[in-house]
Design a binder for this molecule. Structure first.
Ligand code: MLT
Length: 305
């Protein structure tokens, strides 16, 4: 009997797939299998009997991959399982930044007791007006499961798409959506884009890649969207760019003490994968990967061995 410990809430849709060879345990130290979402495992004591870890999500920077690999413990992730949910929030992020929807809604709430709120709103609304995303250029850094879906959806909304991905070639990239302009030099994407969204993992190579030098190459007034990981962006450099207006809006899914105070930042509480559908998909995929591994030794979507 394999014992499964969940470090975070894992959807029932996945857990109910566990066969009679598995049972849930509240004790991490008894676990053969760990299922995790965002819990930070770096400083945890890994149980002696641990046989596999599965992350219900794509990013694995909360898991000590190398340490587990040295002990022969595979770590699985679920690429693509929450990509549609993230894509929808990226589109929402662009729309939230195109007009001051958040400011407008706050104004309405603040004037909730005014009997003439309708008339007052007509006078107030110009301060929340903005532009449209149709006809604007969206630069997508990283054309994996999420980046591809964002390209497709944004193109359907009338945006021009510029894509960059060092692991893809032009032929593959151009099949994502008709008209996508694939660039092999990030500077070309920076130069061409009104909106830029980043969809790459947090690694030693990508940490801090959006710094003053990168921002300096972007268009004045660019909107930058980060639904990947906060560490990709150099916070002091982004704060300075928002202060100067070089970046008009920073939409990020990662609250930290620095970004919450930035002017013109729209900060969300890591909601990208928080839909019922994505949570079910990730849990189902994670549970199936682990059961398949323990039954056959096959490592599908293993990220560390
Ligand atoms: C991911 O890496 O796929 C997301 O951050 C998942 C999550 O929100 O748990």
């Amino acid at each position: 009997m394999y014992k499964v410990h969940c470090l975070n809430n894992i959807s029932e849709k996945g857990l109910e797939l566990l066969t009679s060879d598995y049972e849930l345990t509240d004790s991490l130290q008894d676990a053969d299998v760990v299922l995790v979402r965002s819990a930070d495992m770096h400083d945890m004591d890994v149980p002696d009997g641990l046989k596999a870890v599965a992350r219900a999500g794509a990013g694995v920077n909360n898991i000590p991959l190398q340490k587990l690999a040295e002990r022969g413990i595979p770590v699985f992730n679920t690429p693509g399982a929450n990509a549609n949910a993230v894509k929808e929030l990226v589109i929402a992020g662009m729309l939230l930044s195109a007009r001051d929807i958040i400011g407008g809604n706050a104004w309405v709430k603040a004037n909730a007791d005014d009997e003439n709120v309708g008339k007052a709103a007509e006078k107030a609304k110009k301060q929340f007006a903005g532009g449209e995303i149709t006809g604007k250029t969206l630069g997508i850094i990283g054309l994996g499961a999420i980046g591809k879906r964002v390209a497709f959806a944004a193109s359907a909304l009338g945006m021009d798409i510029v894509g960059y991905d060092p692991f893809m070639d032009a032929v593959a990239a151009e099949q994502i959506v008709s008209g996508l302009r694939f660039v092999t030099d990030l500077d070309d994407l920076y130069e061409a884009s009104d909106y830029i969204t980043i969809h790459v993992p947090a690694t030693d190579q990508t940490r801090g890649m959006i710094d003053a030098a990168a921002i300096g190459k972007m268009r004045d007034g660019v909107v930058f969207l980060n639904f990947s990981r906060d560490v990709l962006v150099n916070d002091p450099d982004m704060a300075a760019a928002l202060e100067s207006g070089k970046v008009s809006r920073y939409v990020t899914d990662f609250a930290n003490p620095s970004v919450v105070k930035m002017p013109n930042a729209i900060v969300l509480p890591h909601l990208g994968a928080s839909t019922a559908e994505a949570e079910d998909n990730c849990a189902i995929m994670a549970v199936n990967e682990v059961m398949n591994y323990l039954a056959t030794g096959e490592k599908v979507n293993c990220v560390n061995l």
